[in-house]
Design a protein around this ligand. Structure first.
Ligand code: ADP
Ligand code: MG
Length: 363
């Protein structure tokens, strides 16, 4: 079972506060969609409106081209998995999974068949007779997912389901969710504020901020061609470097000049750019560490972060700005060293004050 989901011009207020403004979104059948954005931007509210746990002020929500925004949650054919697993502690795993189905009068045979199939998919047949208290956090999360699977929903909605798990388990459960999606081929919507979860799981990411959708795109589209400065700063760790720049547009490709006499030739055509003031953006992996005097700028090393396969180097420029660059794993650079920075203008971005973005990759 699967479904496409259409959200058209949806608005939502809580009291006088507007939470979502004229939001539209088309989700294709079998897609893994991630709503990504900072805390409080309206992700859970949007998910709960799809599930029927919140009303819609205005606008429409349709599943497989049928309007469902007036239907109660149980009639929408959707299953939601929460961050808190909400299992009944006195019931076995099997009974927890059966509970919702018994309530709608399904036969014992069908219920057992569905539970056994879900347990097989989630590799937990041996846990069915246990109670939640006898399970680890990760196993409880799997039961919560199993309870959704047995409903055979048209779509699965997940609200930050991994946040309560420790780092190792979070990574493993993330992988299991990706495999579950491949097996079930169901539409899945997953809410998170964690850009790594979004990048690793999504077919398409919906980046939300401040009541609106900032961008919808595949993980690499979002990463390589962020539509706004907000998206560029929110997706990717460490965050993209932003430097206030004045453009020299006298030749074919624009050259960005920074406050202390640094200049970088971008691969962005001057013809596309109307102003002189932009925010120049570049990711840490596109700022290489070179000997002093051999790059676009020199600076002094503030901090090192060793990640194993590479080292992040935080460098203070002459005007006090900090830039993060990237060096090899066993970098010999040390705090206090003077180093050169080589900016790769072919991978640079420009952001206008009005929020438009240009990318060297597309130029
Ligand atoms: N039931 C509610 N009553 C009043 N305000 C709410 C309610 N639910 C959420 N909000 C507010 O709506 C905004 C969006 O919340 P939410 O959708 O939970 O954000 P997110 O999931 O992105 O962190 C927040 O400012 C939050 O405080
Ligand atoms: Mg939330």
């Amino acid at each position: 079972m699967t479904a496409d989901i259409e959200i058209r011009n949806v608005n939502k207020h809580f009291g006088a506060m507007s939470v979502l403004e004229d939001l539209s979104l088309s989700i294709k059948a079998r897609e893994f969609i991630v709503f990504l954005g900072p805390s409080g931007c309206g992700k859970s509210t949007l998910l709960r409106m799809i599930a029927g746990l919140e009303t819609v002020d205005s606008g429409e929500i349709a599943i497989n081209r049928e309007r469902i925004d007036h239907l109660p949650p149980g009639k929408r054919g959707i299953a939601m998995v929460f961050q808190s697993y909400a299992l009944y502690p006195h019931m076995t795993v099997r009974d927890n999974m059966a509970f919702g189905l018994e309530n709608i009068g399904m036969s014992r045979e069908v219920i057992d068949a569905r539970i056994n199939e879900a347990a097989r998919i989630l590799e937990m047949p041996h846990l069915l007779e246990r109670k939640p208290g006898q399970l680890s956090g990760g196993q409880r999360q799997r039961v919560a997912i199993g309870r959704a699977i047995v409903k055979e929903p048209k779509a699965f909605l997940f609200d930050e389901p991994l946040s309560n798990l420790d780092a190792a388990l979070r990574t493993r459960t993330r992988l299991e969710l990706a495999q579950l999606h491949q097996r079930l081929q169901s539409t899945m919507i997953f809410v998170t504020h964690d850009q790594v979860e979004a990048m690793t799981l999504a077919d398409r990411i919906v980046v939300m901020n401040n009541r609106r959708i900032e961008q919808i795109g595949s993980p690499m589209e979002i990463y390589e061609r962020p539509a706004t400065k907000f998206v560029a700063g929110f997706v990717g760790a460490p965050a993209m470097n932003f430097i206030d720049a004045t453009l020299d547009r006298s030749s074919g490709n624009a050259t960005a000049r920074f406050s202390d006499g640094i200049s970088v030739r971008t691969a962005i055509s001057s013809d596309l750019l109307a102003d002189d003031k932009y925010s120049f953006g570049i990711r840490s992996e596109d700022v290489r560490i070179v000997p002093p005097g051999q790059g676009n700028a020199d600076g002094v090393v503030d901090v090192l972060e060793r990640l194993g396969e590479r080292t992040l180097i935080y460098i203070r420029l002459g005007d006090g700005q900090q830039i993060v660059g990237s060096d090899v794993g066993n970098s010999r650079v040390a705090v206090g060293h003077k180093v050169g920075l080589a900016f790769d203008g072919q991978k640079s971005h420009l952001f206008s004050a009005a929020g438009r973005a240009w990318h060297a990759r597309e130029a």
